[in-house]
Write a protein that binds this ligand. Structure first.
Ligand code: ZEM
Length: 288
């Protein structure tokens, strides 16, 4: 007694439990802040994780979620990122509470949390992204342009290192959220449950008839039955292209297969270009 040594404290090394606390805080805020869009910030958080990651270029190894360079102009001002400040601001109080987490880890973890809390598949996740400065911003034009066709989809996602099957699986995220006229210019949700992760995007692509929406906005499709849903030109490209369509039909028929293949492709997306020091992925527990 009396000679208890002061513990020497090194740098804080977070454990799985620490990341679970961050996850739980995001999940709590998703429930608490339900007065937004269709009742959830979930979809826009998924879009933030995707746009942070989808800048990756396998040839140069640049871009991806390491660095969280969307914090800075010019990347924050790229047309594709319009509206994502809402998602970044939503997460700011979480970063204040857990200042040890990098923004790259926070944004990708938030995408994982949002998908799981919206009843989607389990997404195993790894920490290890380090924030970088404005010099690491990617050039404009690396994210897909919704007005284009299947060649563009293959060029953009091929640059990230994805194959046809993965491209279609990832596109199923459009079961979530909606387009906003003041962000992309497009308008409306893809299905009737935009805050629940389902394979409805694929079922509707196959079963519904889609025609050009009559309006002054950018060219997009609307469903013939209710005229309340939308598809982008790139979405319809997934059934116009024979190779893509095979996968659309598989996912429309089998939600379990879609969940599994989406999860694998989303794990890969969030890890593109990240210099991880650990192999282990964490499966973080849902709140629900
Ligand atoms: Zn989207 N996406 N996306 N996407 N996306 C929008 C919304 C959402 C494309 C695209 O141009 C658009 C993937 C692939 C592709 C989400 C997730 C993922 C919007 C509407 C557009 C225009 C934005 C707005 O106005 O708010 C194109 C062209 C894609 C590929 C060809 C992939 C991959 C995704 C994740 C894995 C999500 C969740 C939304 C809904 C956002 C929200 O705020 O509701």
């Amino acid at each position: 007694s009396g000679d208890v040594k002061a513990k020497v404290s090194g740098p804080f090394v977070p454990t799985k439990e620490d990341y679970q606390k961050v996850y739980d805080e995001i999940a709590r805020l998703l429930v608490e802040k339900d007065d937004y869009d269709d009742g959830s910030y979930g979809p826009v958080l998924v879009r933030l994780a995707w746009h942070a990651s989808g800048t990756y270029d396998k040839e140069t190894g640049t871009g991806g979620s390491n660095g969280a360079t969307m914090r800075f102009a010019p990347e924050s001002d790229h047309g594709a990122n319009a509206g994502l400040k809402i998602a970044r601001d939503f997460l700011e109080p979480v970063h204040e509470k857990f200042p040890w987490i990098s923004y790259g880890d926070l944004w990708t973890l938030a995408g994982v949390c949002a998908i799981q809390e919206m009843q989607g598949p389990v997404i195993p996740w790894r920490p290890g992204r380090q924030d970088r400065d404005v010099a690491a911003c990617t050039p404009d034009g690396r994210l897909p342009d919704a007005s284009k066709d299947q060649n563009h989809i293959r060029a953009i996602f091929g640059r990230m290192g994805f194959d046809d099957r993965e491209m279609v699986a990832l596109s199923g995220a459009h079961s979530l959220g909606r387009a906003h006229t003041d962000r992309s210019g497009y308008d409306g949700p893809w299905d009737f449950s935009p805050t629940v992760f389902t394979n409805e995007f694929f079922r509707l692509l196959v079963e519904e008839k889609w025609s050009w929406k009559k309006w002054n906005g950018p060219a997009q499709y609307t469903d013939n039955t209710t005229k309340t849903l939308m598809m982008l030109p790139t979405d319809l490209a997934l059934v116009k292209d024979k190779e893509f369509k095979k996968h659309v039909e598989r996912y429309a028929k089998d939600s379990e297969v879609f969940f599994k293949e989406f999860s694998d492709a989303f794990v890969k997306l969030l890890e593109l270009g990240v210099p991880f020091k650990t192999e282990e992925r964490f499966v973080l527990k849902k709140n629900e």
